[in-house]
Design a protein around this ligand. Structure first.
Ligand code: C2O
Length: 591
């Protein structure tokens, strides 16, 4: 029987004519077959007992066996074994695949560490000693001179380390370059690793600054060292922190926008320079924060970003609220307008060369905690593909550490915490710019006029596929709302789908609901649903982007939650929007 299954047997018999060898030719395949059957049965048993969730359908049994076999063959490579076994689609880099990558469409960069070609032994992440002191991250506007001196000294040392040393500042900066430009392939897949615009955004950056902080501390022998955070979400922090502008310190960096130095107020939703008063800017910033943290972030995906899984098929491009802005917007605001990509902060390949990057991300990291806390951890992701996604970082002892997302979900266990600041944006729920009833009436009238004489900016179709529609001018589309089908716990979500960005410039457009007057609008008003703030040039994938904006509270406030349809207006804010096409706009419910 085994002869017909294994062609190898024929060859074997042809080559080995001695009786003893013939016996071997018969038995080796038979034993192999029996062994495979055994594994198969064991896996079936396993399926029934505890792993049923990962292989819900009988068709997946084939995958399961393939995974098993794949698992064995990959075990040889020092970087792989258990992570993607049993059908998991966790993302992680194959560290030996580093290659030059594009920092901008016209700029090839090589951020690979020396000697990456051969696998380096690694250890699995372990929590720091729970007895060691908690590192308390404080806001940049509240740190003292002692702390500054200490940090300055450590950063000076870090900057003086040779590039060969993974703790050196240049290597730290390159970490960001490597993961944001797609310089690594994923383990087991011919697809790049990407850390922006997906649910890996928060955990990857947490890992990066965690190791960075510990390295800095160890360079001055200070176990309590904690990175400061730039609290741009509160008025005290809505300015470039002073410490970064002191020319004689290691925090100073030349590649920044000179017109955004203090006392210029930070624009959390930055597009281009305006001359509004500080007071107005603060007001807009706070309402904007409310939208990004509260009303626009009531479901996991809206805040965390899309579910990015391993392989080409698993790729997605859908950023969460905070990542879009203030995160992207402030990267752009800080970077120098004299450089083609507003480097250094304005492009991801170069962003971490600016010391302010670490305080910026410290605040991003803190806001992730604030959001989790608000939602009593009810919205935390439990998908094993996310939890098992992993990366490698060098620690303060020059060990390469493999760290999984599940390792970085408890900051106290990670040995750090945040000094709390107030949250003035919490009660900045915006008010409509126009009486909602009147607005809806006006839009109805306009629609009827449109039927007679179609205005080129208002569309009753919200689907522009397959070719898409350019965003060279503002665009208002009527979108059906199917409100009666909505279940109680569900969130209304506006999806601007199939966004395609050509070119390399910062792209920004804003989305408004039931807007009647474009001229006086800003995120200060309830009509504001969200923003698309995009820094092109990240990891290579041709997938189009979906922008998802949670609007249930907004629709209630605009008294439109039970309307059959709403008007959604896209307002281009940068000239680069003429390089943007969108596939359409639709309304969805998210559980
Ligand atoms: Cu990886 Cu602030 O970007």
């Amino acid at each position: 029987m085994s002869f017909s299954i294994f062609p190898w047997s024929f060859k074997c018999i042809a080559e080995h004519r001695l009786a003893m060898d013939l016996v071997a030719c018969k038995w080796i395949p038979t034993i192999t077959l029996a062994f495979l059957l055994l594994i198969f049965t064991a896996s079936l048993w396993n399926l029934e007992s505890n792993q049923a969730d990962q292989y819900p359908f009988p068709g997946d049994l084939t995958n399961m066996i393939l995974d098993k076999l794949e698992g064995w063959s990959l075990g040889k490579n020092g970087f792989t074994e258990d992570s993607n076994k049993r059908g998991l689609k966790a993302v992680g880099p194959n560290m030996t695949t580093c290659h030059p990558s594009y920092g901008r469409t016209d700029l090839l960069v090589n951020c690979c560490p020396p000697g990456f070609q051969s696998p380096v032994p690694f250890v699995d992440f372990q929590f720091p000693d729970p007895q060691s002191p908690l590192r308390i991250r404080r806001p940049t506007h509240a740190i003292d001179a002692d702390f500054l001196a200490k940090y300055n000294k450590a950063l000076t040392i870090m900057k003086s380390l040779p590039h060969d040393d993974p703790r050196s500042f240049s290597r730290q900066a390159n970490l960001h370059c490597l993961f944001c430009t797609g310089a690594y392939d994923q383990q087991n897949y011919n697809a790049p690793v990407s850390i922006h615009r997906t649910w890996l955004f928060f955990p990857w950056h947490r890992m990066m600054i965690y190791f960075h902080e510990r390295i800095i501390g160890s360079l001055i022998g200070d176990e309590t060292f904690a990175l400061p955070y730039w609290a741009w979400d509160i008025p005290e922090g809505m300015v470039m922190p002073d410490m970064y502008t002191n020319k004689s310190s290691s925090f100073f960096h030349t590649q920044r926008d000179a017109s955004h130095l203090p006392p210029n107020t930070a624009d959390l939703n930055y597009v281009s320079d305006t001359n509004i008063s500080r007071e107005d800017q603060l007001d807009i910033n706070l309402s904007f924060m409310y939208n990004q943290m509260v009303s626009g972030a009531r479901k996991t995906e809206l805040f965390m970003g899309c579910k990015y899984k391993a392989g080409t098929e698993g790729y997605c491009d859908g950023p969460g609220t905070i990542e879009l802005a203030p995160h992207n917007a402030l990267h752009t605001w800080v970077g120098s307008s004299l450089n083609p990509g507003r480097e250094d902060m304005g492009k991801f390949y170069s962003a971490a060369r600016d010391p302010i990057f670490y305080a910026h991300h410290s605040n991003i990291d803190r806001l992730w905690e604030v959001w989790r806390e608000f939602n009593k951890h009810q919205l935390d992701i439990t998908d094993p593909d996310w939890l098992e996604s992993f990366f490698f970082f060098y620690d303060e002892n020059l060990r390469l550490v493999r760290v999984k997302v599940s390792d970085v979900l408890d900051i106290i266990k990670l040995g750090y915490s945040y000094e709390q600041v107030h949250r003035p944006w919490l009660n900045k729920r915006p008010k409509p710019s126009f009486p909602p009833k009147l607005a809806r009436q006006m839009l109805k009238t306009k629609e009827n006029e449109n039927k007679l004489q179609m205005l080129s900016t208002h569309f009753s179709s919200s689907d522009f596929e397959p070719h898409g529609r350019a965003l060279d001018a503002s665009l208002a589309v009527k979108v059906r709302n199917h409100w009666s089908k909505k279940e109680k716990e569900e969130e209304n979500v506006i999806v601007v789908h199939g966004i395609e960005v050509k070119g390399d410039a910062y792209v920004k457009f804003e989305v408004y609901v039931n807007l009647v007057d474009e001229s006086k609008i800003s995120p200060k008003f309830r009509e504001f649903a969200g923003t698309f703030a995009h820094i092109p040039g990240a990891a290579a994938s041709k997938k189009k982007i979906d922008l998802k904006l949670g609007v249930s509270e907004l629709l209630e406030d605009l008294e439109a939650d039970q309307d059959e349809s709403i008007w959604v207006t896209l307002l281009p804010k940068t000239p680069s929007c003429s390089n943007v096409t969108i596939g359409g706009v639709r309304m969805e419910f998210i559980k």
